[in-house]
Design a protein around this ligand. Structure first.
Ligand code: PAF
Length: 282
């Protein structure tokens, strides 16, 4: 196994990346907030499969959390994360402190309009601006050839693809399939908040998405009544609230009445103190 180099500053990150570049290698950045699971490992593998030197960042970004969200409680396990990255074949881990990422007030921000009007956008004001801005900064710091993101955060992926396109970034944003537990629950760092009984209930989310996808796939059924029934079923299964369960266009993320092309069934629902999101292709 090749050793993982841990760097904490932008200067050290750039030096470590430059060594690989001067040897003619391409770079794949895997931005994370740590608490790594097999989904993150699959992103590192995605970089290796494309011949990139995998570089992961671990940074719990304060600007993408709302005032009542779980920034303080977000799981942190740096030593465990480094071990997982090394075992996965990652070569550089960039783990800056907040002052390295934000040495002063961040007066420049990135807003991707339109795409953030739907799904999580209205429920998490400022979230996607925080995500787009920090990812833009991470991309400028590492200057990779490709950036790897999971489809589990499908709206985030679309927002970042659009940012890279609109700003002519010479960086490919690669979406990787959601990695699921054997029973279907999408892997997420937040799954560790779930109590055992909630963990069982959580499975209803993936089942609900599949039921909707099956019902609307051929374009004959109108999406919203089907999605409303599925949201009701989630509440009956034990979810506390369903923020949204909806069928959207796979690119614009606008709600669809009927499926006529690539679409996504997406949901966000709360179970105790945990907010779960998931989505599947239709
Ligand atoms: O998906 C995440 O973990 C975060 O939103 C990201 C992309 C690392 C930005 O902080």
């Amino acid at each position: 196994m090749k050793a993982l180099t841990v760097v904490r500053s932008v200067a050290d990150l750039r030096r470590a990346v430059a060594e690989h570049r001067s040897a003619g290698r391409t770079i794949g950045l895997v931005p994370t907030m740590g608490a790594l699971h097999e989904g993150h490992v699959s992103l590192v593998q995605g970089a290796l499969d494309r011949g990139d030197v995998p570089v992961a960042s671990i940074f719990v970004n304060p600007t993408q959390f709302g005032p009542n969200e779980d920034f303080g409680a977000y799981p942190r396990d740096e030593a465990g994360d480094f071990a997982k990255l090394e075992a996965a074949g990652c070569r550089i881990a960039y783990a800056p402190v907040v002052e390295e990422m934000y040495p002063g007030p961040q007066l420049t921000t990135i807003t991707v309009a339109g795409l953030t009007d739907h799904l999580c956008g209205p429920f998490r004001p400022g979230h996607f601006q925080g995500v787009a801005t920090v990812v833009c900064k991470l991309l400028m710091m590492a200057m990779p050839d490709r950036g790897y993101f999971g489809e589990k955060d499908y709206q985030q992926l679309q927002v970042l693809k659009r940012m890279a396109r609109d700003l002519n970034m010479p960086i490919e944003i690669v979406g990787m399939p959601t990695v699921r537990e054997p029973d279907g629950l999408a892997m997420s760092s937040r799954n560790r908040y779930l109590a055992p009984s909630e963990r069982k209930t959580a499975l209803a989310l993936y089942r609900g998405l599949n039921a909707v996808a099956d019902a609307v796939r051929d374009g004959r059924a109108s999406c919203s009544p089907v999605a409303e029934r599925a949201a009701q079923a989630l509440l009956e299964a034990g979810f506390d609230t369903v923020e949204y369960l909806t069928v959207v266009d796979a690119e614009s993320l606008a709600p669809l009445d009927r499926v006529r092309g690539p679409a996504r069934v997406a949901a966000a629902a709360r179970l105790g103190r945990t907010r779960l999101i998931d989505n599947i292709a239709v």
